[in-house]
Design a protein around this ligand. Sequence first.
Ligand code: GLY
Length: 373
Amino acid sequence: MSKDTETRKVAVDLGARRYEVRIAEGLIARAGAEIAPFLRRRRVAVLTDENVAALHLDALRAGLGDIAMTALALPAGEATKGWPQFSRAVDWLLSEKVERRDIVIALGGGVIGDLGGFAAAVLRRGVRFVQIPTTLLAQVDSSVGGKTGINSVHGKNLIGAFHQPALVLADIGVLGTLPARDFLSGYGEVVKYGLLGDAAFFDWLEVNGPAMVAGDRAARAHAVHRSVEMKARIVERDETEEGDRALLNLGHTFCHALEKATGYSDRLLHGEGVAIGCALAFELSQRLGLCAQEAPSRVRAHLRAMGMKTDLADIPGDLPGAEALMALMAQDKKVVDGRLRFILARGIGAAFVATDVPGEAVETVLRDALRGR
Ligand code: GLY
């Protein structure tokens, strides 16, 4: 693979709320032309964080040309995603006199996209917003599909709204500024798409993943495009997660327990937890006789080959025992009527939602995985 200059477009077809995800290098440099058709007056308000502002805000200002831009940079990090910074953002938007027909831009990773989208959802009972995701994780997952929100003391993402963006600009050029660990963390979500519903994509990742991580633009564009396509089709089928959208949570039940156990700290990034969680979900599927032993072995081999965290042993520091991890899973917001919903697989690319998973099987998988530490 080599250079890739075309703009790839994925429509998320939700009737009156249809929008496009545009994927290309250089979208920030031409943001004005991309966004102008959505504007009723030539003015935008940008929410971002301090790290992203230092890297990309000047480029966005230049790209917007004669569209006036005002910006608020919040502190970087997950701690921003709570009431204090949220109310600061909303009050700032009001002080900037953002009107009902204006556009808010969320420029950043998942924290800014989720918080900015939620601010847009509640401002004057809802204004339109444009997502400009700057991390791989945000480009392939959180910027698409309209889940917006903040964290509560009771848990992550418990306060929020479904509010679809008007446009998503995934500029793959900005991925070059990501630290390697953050890029690989986002790759955990990319692998998830292959594992949940597209075996051929997983085959492609096995061959092209290393080039993608090394910086191959065409490989990056293809991987982001295919991931977004898969997410768009699932969101179209089930916007508010009554059924199929739960497939996007492959690996996430294990991941959420591990994130809680490690205090949402630097010990385990979200995408790293997703990767380990996917490996555990395939292990569990195999133990339940749903898929061949080859499947979890291939998942783990690929994660290892990519230099990713793959096993519980790759998480630094102590972890609680299997029983305590089970208790953390039981607090997951995916619990329905007290029963854990798991995403299991009949093979690579063949995931399904299971509601009747025996707790003992899950605990055994965890116990064995902890023994490997
Ligand atoms: N990140 C999972 C979803 O959007 O449903």
